[in-house]
Design a protein around this ligand. Structure first.
Ligand code: HEM
Length: 399
């Protein structure tokens, strides 16, 4: 049985470019940043000492609607804290809402520039790769499905795009950027979820943990985003100089830290990140009832917007970026003509777009429209075209 799951993890890891020997039981204790961590002290045992007790009391004392109203206008990193926040909450934000001392402004600026230069691939990979991968990370799928936001995936997807958009923006971490605020809002939303979800009988019935969103879980999600995209860009032979790679990693290190993960558990190099990813992400990928429902909603959502492609093409693109195994888990219907097109014309599209080949593929305009439409979906922060504020939930999905 163990051999079978190890073999499965290996073949899936190869397909996703996340290779390595995977043994979930030793996931956090075998090298990497958690070296030496005894059971009980690794990141799977860390939640958020600063934000969790605070949010539990904010929810129980009924302060959340006032916080949501007060912070709607709090957007830019250098905006003063809004008035109307409970004193304890404002005191927490004064502490948390700043870059760590090790943040390197030169690297962060370079990451912003890199994100802008490669935005079409990034939107594509984050949106269709990482977004759909999140539905086969069972802990994530189950908590997203059973939290309040799970009942309205369109709104939730738009909010999640806000995080990616604000992170990818030029100057995201500068005083005039918005990412530090977005990350801090996300951190307290996660803290609220840690208090709320354990009260959901639906979530408790399917969860394999008592408190969701540990630091380990956040690192798993980071690998499904940053580490996955890093590997795909290399596999796709998109020009990615070392300084850009380093800057891209640094922006994610800062982002993950702003979400409350202690520095010592954050991978320091891409090699370390890939090793950790092979240990902690690849072996946990598996379908769940909740994940299948979420994937269908997410793909249905993208199909509502005219991406210039059929649903069959969308299914095949997801299969292309995530493997047929994941496509089969999610029941994505085959469209063999689109599959052939994606597998031959997409690499040619990248080469042509990057100026590495003079040959324009026949499907160039179709792909071009697809990536543009997908980018617009992100840039508009969802299909509504308006800013979607991140709000703290006060309950769970009713059922
Ligand atoms: C909320 C991003 C990790 C579960 C959010 C939100 C963002 C976000 C932007 C607020 C928008 C919204 O309400 O949907 C991230 C990022 C992560 C991460 C960037 C890691 C790098 C995780 C993990 C889990 C998780 C590991 C669970 C295992 C949730 C849930 C919500 C949420 C349940 C609340 C949705 C609601 O309002 O009901 N996350 N997240 N997140 N996240 Fe995360």
């Amino acid at each position: 049985m163990e051999n079978l799951s190890r073999r499965k993890a290996l073949s899936l890891g190869v397909a996703l470019g996340l290779v390595g020997v995977a043994n979930p039981a030793r996931a956090w204790a075998s090298g990497g940043p958690a070296t030496g961590a005894a059971v009980g002290t690794g990141p799977e045992w860390i939640w958020d000492d600063a934000a969790d007790p605070l949010m539990a009391s904010m929810i129980d004392d009924g302060h959340v609607p006032a916080i949501n109203a007060a912070w709607a206008s709090w957007v830019n990193n250098d905006d003063p804290l809004p008035s109307g926040l409970p004193a304890a909450f404002a005191a927490y934000l004064r502490q948390a809402n700043r870059l760590p001392s090790w943040a390197d402004p030169v690297k962060l600026a370079r990451a912003g520039d890199f994100n802008r230069r490669k935005d079409t691939y990034l939107f594509m990979l984050y949106g269709l790769g990482s977004g759909i991968m999140s539905t086969v990370i069972p802990r994530e799928a189950k908590s997203v499905y059973w939290s309040a936001g799970g009942a309205d995936m369109q709104d939730r997807a738009a909010k999640t795009f806000t995080f990616g958009y604000d992170l990818s923006e030029l100057g995201a971490f500068k005083p005039t950027g918005q990412f530090v605020v977005t990350a801090n809002k996300t951190r307290v939303v996660h803290a609220a979820v840690r208090h709320l979800l354990p009260q959901s009988p639906h979530w408790r019935a399917v969860a394999d943990e008592t408190i969701p969103i540990s630091a380990a879980d956040i690192l798993v999600t980071f690998h499904s985003l940053g580490t996955y995209v890093y590997r795909k860009l290399l596999d796709w032979k998109v020009p990615f100089p070392a300084a850009d790679q380093e800057a891209f990693l640094h922006s994610w290190q800062v982002a993950v830290h702003l979400l409350g993960v202690p520095y010592e558990h954050i991978p320091k190099t891409w090699a370390e990140a890939e090793r950790q990813s092979a240990r902690v992400l690849t072996p946990v990928l598996t379908p769940s009832t909740e994940g299948i429902a979420l994937a269908e909603e997410l793909l249905g959502l993208t199909a509502q917007i005219d991406l210039g492609v059929t649903r069959g093409f969308l299914n095949e693109f997801v299969r292309y970026v995530l493997s047929d195994e994941v496509g089969d888990w999610l029941g994505l219907k085959r469209d063999y003509a689109s599959a052939a097109l994606v597998r031959t014309a997409w690499p040619a599209f990248i080469l042509f777009r990057e100026g590495l080949s003079p040959v324009m593929p026949g499907a160039f305009y179709m792909f071009d429209q697809f990536v543009r439409a997908l980018a617009m979906l992100f840039l508009n922060k969802g299909s509504s075209g308006t800013t979607t504020p991140i709000t703290i939930p006060t309950g769970n999905r009713p059922g």
